[in-house]
Ligand binder design. Structure first.
Ligand SMILES: Nc1nc2c(ncn2[C@@H]2O[C@H](COP(=O)(O)OP(=O)(O)OP(=O)(O)O)[C@@H](O)[C@H]2O)c(=O)[nH]1
Length: 360
């Protein structure tokens, strides 16, 4: 549709410490500037000392990480986690800013803390991912340090982490084999599609590590895990690039476009379904709470509490009138006389006492 508002894609950059996230952000930012499509950039790493790119939104402007460590008596990781949690309390303001800027950009880039598990396992990480994904197409760029992943066991650990990231965020994921200026990632791409090639690499690792660091048990475990991960690989896009030389940036952007389509086709309907479910759940919860409140007020069988309340009236002197008391007063003299006759009650019994007897 011609009038439809432009939707940028949010790219959340995650990866192990030192994998090259920040350098990748810098290179991607520069690459998009060169293409005259400058992105909107957000830094969520409170502990980074110096950023090699200019961030439009920087967590360090909102939270003083060292002060948080001091005041809450925390170590470095606890400090990062608490800083993120504090920042998330202001995320509605961030969202307001993003909403204003979104129509004028194609990409929103988000750099995350070096310690991947902090972002992955903290409540704030989930809130950030879910909030962004419910507003714009969002994908995860999982940065891999390729030269450090040439051994089968290190590579397998990295894949398991990527798989858990996909499982936790439920967002489209791109594997980015970084540092390919130092080490080409063809070996890893082959391992992902050719189980035989991977088994051969395991055997080679075993021979090379004759000191026992790759035991028979380990290789059989790695074998089984790789079978389990086959399904995971099938849904992934992987690219190789160098955050230093800029090689592979266009391939990455192509993979992002594919993920946007995937998001629209598969993830968005699921996100909307979950949203609807949670709204229905909230509505049910509300009704449940209201009905238990009504029960507490003993009005469970009177659906409209307003009717019950309107029964209460005030006399001219401002005193409350009990409707039940009123009912007693409506018994006619005729009925009272018949009752006296039927039960042989003398006239000396007052009307008040008679009423009590009738009610009992
Ligand atoms: N040769 C080469 N070096 C790279 C590449 N990308 C990053 N590096 C280097 O890897 C080191 C770590 O890079 P960073 O960008 O700081 O990595 P990071 O993942 O942001 O690090 P933390 O946030 O501290 O976890 C730096 O010395 C970079 O220069 C690359 O593509 N090629």
């Amino acid at each position: 549709m011609a009038n439809e508002e432009k939707k940028p894609c949010c790219i959340i950059v995650v990866g192990m410490a030192g994998s090259g996230k920040t350098t990748f952000m810098q290179q991607l930012n520069a690459h998009l500037h060169r293409k005259n499509t400058p992105p909107y950039v957000m830094n969520l790493d409170p502990a980074v000392y110096k950023l090699p790119y200019e961030a439009n939104i920087d967590i360090r402007d909102t939270v003083a990480y060292k002060e948080v460590m001091k005041q809450y008596n925390l170590g470095p990781n606890g400090g990062i986690m608490t800083s993120l949690n504090l920042f998330v309390t202001k995320f509605d303001q961030v969202l307001n800013i993003l909403e204003k800027r979104a129509p004028s950009v194609d990409h929103i880039l988000i750099d995350t803390p070096g310690q991947i598990e902090i972002f992955q396992w903290s409540a704030s990480g989930s809130i950030i991912c879910d909030t962004l994904a419910s507003s714009w197409p969002t994908c995860i760029a999982y940065i891999i340090d390729t030269p450090r992943s040439t051994s089968t066991s290190t590579w397998m650990s990295s894949m398991l982490y990527a798989c858990s990231m996909l499982y936790k965020t439920k967002l489209p994921l791109i594997l980015v084999y970084n540092k390919c200026d130092v080490q080409n990632a063809d070996f890893a791409k082959e391992w992902m599609v050719d189980f035989e090639a991977f088994q051969q690499a395991i055997r080679k690792d075993e021979e090379d590590n004759a000191d026992g660091s790759t035991s028979g048990y380990m290789s059989s475990l790695v074998n089984s895990m790789s079978l389990m991960l086959e399904e995971f690989y099938r849904h992934l896009d992987s690219v190789q690039c160098s955050a230093v030389t800029g090689e592979g940036m266009d391939d990455f952007l192509e993979a992002v476009n594919k993920k946007v389509e995937e998001y629209e086709k598969e993830y968005k309907p699921e996100i909307e379904r979950l949203k609807k479910l949670s709204e229905e759940e909230k509505e049910k919860q509300k009704e449940k709470q209201l009905s238990s409140l009504m029960k507490d007020m003993h009005v469970a069988d009177k659906p409209d509490p307003a009717e019950t309340l309107s029964d209460i009236e005030y006399e001219d002197n401002g005193e409350l009138v009990d409707p039940d008391e009123d009912e007693g007063e409506t018994i006619s003299e005729d009925v009272k006389n018949q009752y006296r006759k039927a039960f042989n009650i003398s006239d000396s019994v007052s009307n008040e006492e008679l009423l009590k007897m009738m009610q009992s």
